[in-house]
Design a protein around this ligand. Structure first.
Ligand code: MN
Length: 252
């Protein structure tokens, strides 16, 4: 658990994004993100990236020009007094300290409680809430283990790229076969999480179903805010001390 405080000074604006799934073969998404970093994000005090910034991550030693360009754009934003926080998604969970540092991002624990304009808010990627996806949860457990990560990281870069490609193809097939119900969050898991952290607001991504859900937790009104993905447009949550708004922006 880490606690981050945002006082209501400066521009008093915070952005949350997730599920960009940046990939070399989707220059339209990359262009939209670079434009967001250049034009929108500098207005904010903080940008929270809640996982799956990248479609896949083979290691911090990946020096492809595509990765370097994104890293430099993030770094530039961080120097414009916009703090960047990153929580791993299920695609980019191998993203490490080295890349985070060179991109001016601070890595956060997978479930983090933040103080957002005097409200305790829980933030996460959201994959841990999908408990009915048993196959995925088993893979998640294995892939977060020390032995698995050590083994993967010891492989040459070209082998890791190959594995990532194979995994993506398998994952696409598996996702197409799973029912919509299994792919969404387990409601009781959401309530449990909010009660555990004594919070009334949860922000997450992963399900690609942008919405503000009015729910009950801790015996009171609560909200589960789901961030949109960037497959067809840019998407972000804009938070000020008085408002929370899910916004999107078409690709150019
Ligand atoms: Mn995800």
């Amino acid at each position: 658990m880490s606690e981050i405080s945002h006082s209501s000074n400066k521009s008093a604006l915070t952005y949350f994004i997730a599920d960009l799934h940046l990939a070399q073969n989707r220059p339209d998404i990359t262009a939209c993100f670079l434009s967001f970093l250049e034009n929108e994000a500098p207005k904010a005090q903080a940008l929270y990236i809640l996982g799956d910034l990248f479609e896949y991550w083979v290691g911090d030693d990946d020096d492809s020009t595509f990765i370097v360009e994104i890293s430099q754009a993030l770094k530039k934003l961080s120097t414009l007094s916009c703090k960047i926080y990153f929580i791993h998604g299920n695609r980019d969970f191998l993203l490490g300290k080295r890349f985070a540092k060179q991109s001016g991002m601070e890595l956060l624990p997978e479930i983090t409680l933040i103080d957002l304009y005097n409200k305790p808010v829980v933030i996460m990627h959201g994959d841990t809430l999908c408990t009915r996806d048993v196959g995925y949860q088993a893979f998640r457990k294995k892939s977060r283990s020390w032995w698995w990560q050590t083994m993967i990281k010891s492989l040459p870069l070209f082998v890791r790229r190959k594995i990532a490609n194979n995994y993506r193809n398998q994952s696409a097939t598996a996702t197409a076969m799973k029912s919509q119900d299994i792919m969404d969050v387990t409601e009781s898991e959401v309530i449990h999480c909010l009660e555990q952290h004594q919070s009334q607001i949860l922000i997450h991504g992963h399900t690609h179903r942008p919405a503000v859900h009015e729910i009950k937790a801790n015996g009171e009104e609560a909200q589960r805010i789901v961030l949109g993905d960037w497959y067809e447009q840019g998407a972000w949550l804009k938070v000020t001390p008085d408002s929370m708004e899910l916004l999107d922006s078409p690709f150019e």
